[in-house]
Design a protein around this ligand. Structure first.
Ligand SMILES: [Zn+2]
Length: 398
């Protein structure tokens, strides 16, 4: 393994340890409990067992090992980011990760022969965030690590369920969870809906970068709770916030909040490239909310994502889309951004700064030169909801 990466691993080299099976449990979750023991070298360890009656097998401990091994490179890269972005803090921010091992109990008595998970004991154990999106905002470094993992994996994975010991900005993490688009990390991996939900609940703190990828319009899908949610629990989670409002409207009936925009999204793609990329995908029947709007004065729908709206206006003129699904959010929720952006104009049309083009409500009021090219682009792909959601997530205005 990369020595750089291994530097962030907190391992104990012993391969046996002892504990008193009847000792007090030092921690207890819905499915596991934890007892304290000692490695043969005298260092304290935590030993985790599955509770009796749990319906999944102790092979799930192998997933804990897999999650930890896969999280290490993220932690290593995060330190590279900190060194670059916060040179003066670099020596004062440190995250190590507990590396667990799967052993089996070899002494007679309770749990004899059962698998358990053994790892270095972490004092003052606390939880910094969870896979359902709960977060302790005072642990800003930990929250930034989760956001960072989403960013560097291009939205495919998210390291969360950050917990362990903390001394200021020094952390020893244990039992972290990775959620992935492919749901490949076991029963705590809630997949894309989990990633989306985490993003919807995440609030950027002082150690997040404004250049990092975000999931705009991310929906809250689960009630955030600090305890770890496993896939078996998801069906029983009450889905809050089902009072979200969706509508199908023409992009030409949504007004802009600014009078001019750049010709590029944050990732460098131009409006034309983006419109063509969407025209190549058959999104007419897609049921995904394409854009978030606010209702102003009871009637007018306005978008804060002006570049994104410009792209959908062009697609409508090129006859590539019909009505699109939008999410209408209460103005109070985005008041600050709205006040900063809206210049009081009608928002009928918008000027594209490089090239001085105008995108209006119809072709007549539009002189965007790429429109013909968009018209000549035809669907060749049927995007999955997930792929389309991820693509839309890259269309960030700022
Ligand atoms: Zn953030």
């Amino acid at each position: 393994m990369d020595t750089n990466v291994e530097f962030y691993a907190n391992r104990n080299s012993d391969n046996s340890a002892s504990w008193n099976p009847s000792s007090e449990r030092i921690g207890e979750g819905k499915y596991k409990y934890v007892q304290k023991g000692h490695y043969d070298n005298g260092n304290e360890c935590a030993v985790k067992f599955l509770k009796s009656g749990t319906t999944f097998s102790s092979t799930c401990f192998l997933d804990d090992v897999k999650n930890a091994e896969a999280a290490l490179p993220y932690i290593s890269k995060f330190h590279d980011y900190v060194r670059q972005a916060f040179p003066s803090h670099a020596g004062h921010i440190a995250i190590k990760l507990n590396m667990p091992a799967v052993w089996s109990q070899s002494t007679e008595g309770t749990n004899f022969g059962q698998n358990c998970l053994v790892e270095p004991f972490v004092p003052n154990f606390q939880k910094f965030n969870s896979n359902s999106g709960a977060a302790d905002a005072t642990a800003a470094v930990a929250q930034a690590l989760s956001h960072f993992s989403y960013h560097v994996s291009d939205g495919r994975e998210l390291v969360c369920d950050l917990q362990g010991g903390r001394d200021g900005r020094n952390y020893v993490l244990s039992d972290v969870v990775i959620m992935s688009a492919d749901k490949k990390y076991g029963n705590t991996d809630l997949g894309l809906p989990g990633i989306e939900n985490f993003c919807a609940n995440h609030v950027c703190g002082p150690f997040c970068s404004s250049h990092w990828k975000t999931w705009s319009n991310a929906k809250r899908r689960y009630q955030p709770v600090m305890s770890t949610t496993i896939t078996l629990d998801v069906a029983s989670i009450p889905t809050p916030l089902s009072n979200r409002e969706y509508q199908r409207v023409f992009a030409s009936d949504i007004m802009f909040t600014q009078s001019s925009i750049k010709n590029q999204f944050q990732d460098g793609k131009t409006l034309l490239q983006t419109a063509k990329e969407l025209a190549r995908q058959d999104i007419k029947k897609s049921d995904i909310p394409m854009i978030t709007v606010v209702r102003v004065n009871g009637t007018v729908l306005r978008s804060l994502d002006n570049r994104r709206l410009a792209v959908f206006r062009l697609l409508e003129m090129a006859n590539k889309i019909h009505k699109i699904k939008v999410e209408v959010v209460p103005l109070e929720r985005v008041r600050e951004e709205f006040n900063r952006k809206w210049d009081g104009g009608s928002g009928d049309s918008i000027q594209v700064r490089q090239g001085n083009y105008v995108i209006g409500r119809t072709e007549l009021s539009t002189n965007f030169p790429g429109l013909a090219e968009i018209k000549n682009t035809y669907p060749s792909e049927q995007p999955t909801d997930a792929a389309l959601t991820i693509f839309l997530g890259t269309l960030t205005d700022e």
